[in-house]
Design a binder for this molecule. Structure first.
Ligand code: FAD
Ligand code: MLT
Ligand code: ZN
Length: 476
């Protein structure tokens, strides 16, 4: 018996009994959910490609409650699946079998905000967009932004080390997260919730949990360094004839916009076709093979628009770009951003989506899309490329009318071998979850993976936290 994504057989964890439910109901009255209709949506991932069969959803509100749950589950050998906004794209956020779902959705309090340092401390279940709105009222912003902001939670973002649209400017969560509170598998609370920019007292343990996908501990609170809200923001949507010209535009942009550049994203004409067809979003410029979204954020509107004008003049004169439009007011900025942010949603309407999230040397990123198209011929419905050019991160997505094992066999391991041949990463920002765990060796040496196994065994000796995820099957 195996799960849809080919998980190993169910490991010998205990099964939830009436006595267990009675305990959970005692510590979480009204927040121990067993009604199958209510548990259902937490069993299915955002892409609707992975489905578990959990019968219990726990909704703690405090760290102490999370600690009580894990202490109990550890002693009883019950497996637990931590869950935030359930927007993860690699099948890590839902159970594979009957793991208990521990949702952080009710842990949504902001704890402190320091208006001088810009350091925010909050519970893990705060929705990213709510944090952004809270900060904007105080002239700050979150250092990360992603298309899933309306549902994803900061704990989930940290657990996946989400990248997103602002990483080019503000760096990864490994730099902006200053502290974490984590409940370990046996219920111990690890308080590393520091709010210091600098702290070299021993090993930086919080880093272990950033990107650990719920396999090493449950993150219950986060402190994060937030940038000031820019006084001026501009978004430009440009069209290019070739990917080489797009890269030249990137070079020019870095040179001429310098410190005000806050995003450089791309999508190809196939993405545009899906946006037009499935979401009825019209192309804001003329049809081109490639489109770029550039964002600038700065502190002086006149200075920023002067720089942007100079850059655009040069880009047009050098014929790197063939068409474009600029937005300075909020509604047009949002409309242009949605052309990039809503590609993921457009794909879900195109059919069953095979998603790849690849890091490569930036000059190689589109070659993979071209090679994949040629390799698959007419076996795929759509083969599209988009992503974070500024970070060397390609999103290659392939659709088919329905799930298609023969198509999958043509895509994998081709895509992983191609990536490894360029020393790329088979997961740039989405993590490994259930779907990618066994491909880790394409991007990490076996010694590194073995050490990961040792760390897992030390922090979670019974393996109750998010089993079947992240680490390859040969380590379980
Ligand atoms: P979930 O999906 O609930 O969980 C994700 C993983 O983290 C699971 O393994 C889960 O077990 C674990 N987890 C969740 N909460 C905790 C916790 N408190 N403690 C321990 N483990 C926990 N990702 C990017 O990197 N960049 C993007 O630009 C981006 N854009 C996206 C756009 C869309 C439309 C969608 C649907 C997804 C996108 N993602 C992106 C995927 C991304 O991983 C998630 O959106 C987000 O970071 C996950 O947060 P979540 O709260 O939904 O976590
Ligand atoms: C994005 O950059 O849009 C996200 O990572 C989601 C996706 O890959 O579709
Ligand atoms: Zn992305």
């Amino acid at each position: 018996k195996s799960s849809p994504a080919g998980a190993p057989e169910r490991l010998p964890f205990s099964k939830v009994t009436d006595e267990d439910l009675a305990y959970f109901r005692k510590i979480l009255p009204g927040r121990t959910i067993t009604d199958p209709d209510l548990v259902e949506s937490s069993n299915v991932d955002w892409l609707k490609t992975v489905k578990g069969s959990s019968e219990v959803l726990l909704r703690p509100q405090t760290t102490e409650e999370v600690s009580q749950i894990l202490r109990y589950c550890y002693n009883r050998n019950l497996a637990v699946n931590p869950q935030g906004g359930n927007t993860g794209l690699v099948g890590g956020s839902v159970p594979v079998y009957d793991e208990i779902i521990l949702s952080t959705s009710l842990m949504n309090n902001i704890l402190t905000f320091d208006n001088i340092s810009g350091i925010l401390t909050c519970q893990a279940g705060c929705v990213l967009e709510n944090l952004s709105l809270y900060l904007e009222e105080r002239d700050y912003i979150m250092p990360l932004d992603l298309g899933a902001k309306g549902s994803c939670q900061i704990g989930g973002n940290v657990a996946t080390n989400a990248g997103g649209l602002r990483l080019l400017r503000y760096g990864s969560l490994h730099g902006t997260v200053l502290g974490l509170e984590v409940v370990l598998a046996d219920g111990r609370v690890l308080d590393c919730l520091a709010t210091l920019r600098k702290d070299n007292t021993g090993y930086d343990l919080k880093q272990l949990f950033i990107g650990s996908e719920g396999t090493l501990g449950v993150i219950t609170a986060v402190s994060i360094l937030c940038p000031r809200k820019p006084k001026s923001t501009n978004v430009v949507f440009l069209g290019c004839e070739t990917f080489e010209e797009l890269l030249k535009t990137f070079q020019l942009c870095r040179g001429m916009l310098g410190e005000i550049l806050s995003a450089f994203e791309f999508l190809d004409s196939e993405c545009m076709r899906l946006l037009n067809t499935h979401l009825k979003l019209p192309n804001p410029i003329s049809d081109c093979p490639f489109y770029i979204v550039i964002e600038t954020s700065g502190s002086d509107p006149d200075h920023d628009s002067q720089k942007l004008d100079n850059f655009l003049e040069e880009a047009i004169a050098s014929t790197f770009v063939t068409d474009g439009t600029v937005a300075t007011e909020e509604s047009k900025i949002k409309a242009l951003w949605s052309m990039r942010e809503r590609v993921t949603e457009a794909l879900t309407h195109d059919g069953f989506t095979y998603k790849y999230d690849i890091s490569l040397p930036v000059e190689r990123i589109y070659q993979l899309v071209t090679d994949m198209r040629q390799h698959l011929g007419d076996r795929a419905k759509s083969v599209v490329g988009y992503g974070h050019v500024g970070d060397g991160n390609l999103h290659l997505n392939i659709t088919s009318p329905a799930k298609d094992p023969a198509l999958l066999a043509a895509i994998e391991p081709f895509v992983y071998e191609w990536t490894a041949s360029c020393q790329g990463s088979i997961s740039a920002e989405h993590g490994l979850g259930l779907k990618k765990r066994n491909y880790i060796y394409y991007s990490k040496p076996s010694q590194a993976v073995a050490l990961m196994g040792n760390i897992k065994a030390m922090l979670d000796p019974k393996g109750i936290l998010n089993p079947y995820k992240t680490l390859p099957d040969n380590l379980k």
